[in-house]
Write a protein that binds this ligand. Structure first.
Ligand SMILES: [Zn+2]
Length: 384
């Protein structure tokens, strides 16, 4: 049995100024307040008073370090997973882009072969299918020529691969409502996005089982006081949890604060929506077959449309803390527990609880990641 003891950690999730976590065979075996007892054969890791949180879970991320989910190679997924771990992520959903059917199928089949823990990266929990069943009027950086209405003859094959855990869909079309029904029946998290859905369309989608909004405010109709739009609908409906790209570019810091105030810290999920330019120098990259320029932390198409981000989860957390004035003890569920609940893994991930996977990130006083552990394996340790 492999035993690892983290001692002298601040465990704000339990309200402990000083505590310890005993990891056995990839899971949290015990944890407690104060000084750790002696455990036979345990390797001891002194946390030096740093804060331990559940590892970050990113439900919406396309790529990093020159790689993309649509590359459909195991190497791409592994390189992405490794990079994310260096920013505190212990689990993620590889996210597709709107593309021809065969390209989507290849990405799904590749991901299906990569699901699970990684030797030196965050665990792949499955795929977030972003497109093609979107509204072309709200395409953002999705390639409009491949956006279409949901077709069961195509998507049943995709669903049967068994790797999709979340979809982004525009719910205002009848064919897409049937798709929502089929996804909900399979336990897939349905997120509304790239959509011009009205308040009533969102109500209808919620009645079908939709429970999330994709990158809230981006690629959806905004709020008007007589016409709440998609944004007004998802902000006001308690059933919906809101994804947020907290890079302060996609959404102004004042709106980040507004969304967190409206939804509460248990109904917001921070995501990165990062693309292959994340972890790379400024320059020319690609997203969903289109050329993307990355400069000054911003990724854009030639016409200026935002094209994903180069955000990392640790930075997203720091940005939200700054924008909202919340403490880490209040804000942390937005980086892990809420995401785990949305995709149905809250019985083993997203909390520091005995019996849960030992997915742990250690943050210093500036909320920089100094250590990442996924299922008990140390994936990243900052050189100090
Ligand atoms: Zn998107």
């Amino acid at each position: 049995m492999i035993r690892l003891l983290l001692q002298n950690a601040q465990l704000i999730t339990q309200g402990w100024e000083r505590g310890w976590i005993l990891i056995e065979d990839g899971r949290i075996a015990r944890l407690g307040e104060g000084n750790a007892p002696a455990f036979d054969g345990a390797e001891v890791l002194d946390c030096g008073g740093k804060t331990a949180l559940p590892g970050f879970i990113d439900l919406h991320v396309h790529g990093a370090v020159g790689r993309d989910t649509m590359d459909a190679t195991p190497q791409a997924v592994h390189d992405m997973a490794h990079f994310y771990a260096t920013h505190g992520v212990t689990a993620f959903l590889a996210t597709t882009m709107t593309a021809p059917d065969d390209a989507t199928r290849r990405a799904l089949e590749n991901a299906a072969g990569c699901v699970g823990p990684m030797a030196d990266g965050a665990a792949l929990l499955g795929v977030h299918l972003e497109g093609p069943y979107l509204n072309v009027k709200m395409k953002g950086a999705q390639d409009g020529q491949y956006i279409r209405r949901a077709d069961p003859a195509v998507y049943r094959d995709w669903l049967n691969i068994g790797v999709i855990r979340q979809i982004t869909v525009a719910p205002e079309f009848p064919e897409n409502q049937a798709f929502i029904r089929d996804c909900v029946a399979r336990g897939i998290n349905v997120s509304l996005g790239h959509t011009a859905a009205t308040y009533e369309d969102v109500q209808q989608a919620v009645s079908l089982g939709a429970r999330q909004a994709t990158h809230t405010f981006n690629a959806m109709t905004g709020v008007h006081h007589r016409s709440p739009g998609t944004a007004g609908a998802v902000l006001s409906m308690d059933e919906i949890t809101c994804e947020l790209i907290a890079d302060t570019i996609h959404v102004h810091p004042a709106i980040l604060k507004l969304v967190v105030r409206a939804k509460g810290t248990d109904r917001v999920v921070l995501i990165t929506d990062a693309i292959m330019g994340a972890g790379m120098p400024d320059g020319q990259y690609e997203l969903g077959g289109q050329a993307v320029t990355v400069a000054n932390h911003t990724a854009t198409l030639a016409d200026g449309t935002l094209a994903g981000s180069v955000l990392t989860m640790d930075r997203a957390l720091r940005n939200v803390l700054t924008a909202t004035g919340l403490s880490l003890a209040e804000a942390w569920p937005m980086t892990s527990a809420n995401a785990a609940r949305q995709i149905g893994v809250e019985d083993r991930k997203g909390r520091l609880v005995a019996g849960y996977d030992a997915d742990i990130v250690l943050l210093d006083a500036q909320n920089n990641v100094t250590l990442t552990i996924a299922q008990g394996r140390v994936l990243y340790r900052a050189s100090s």
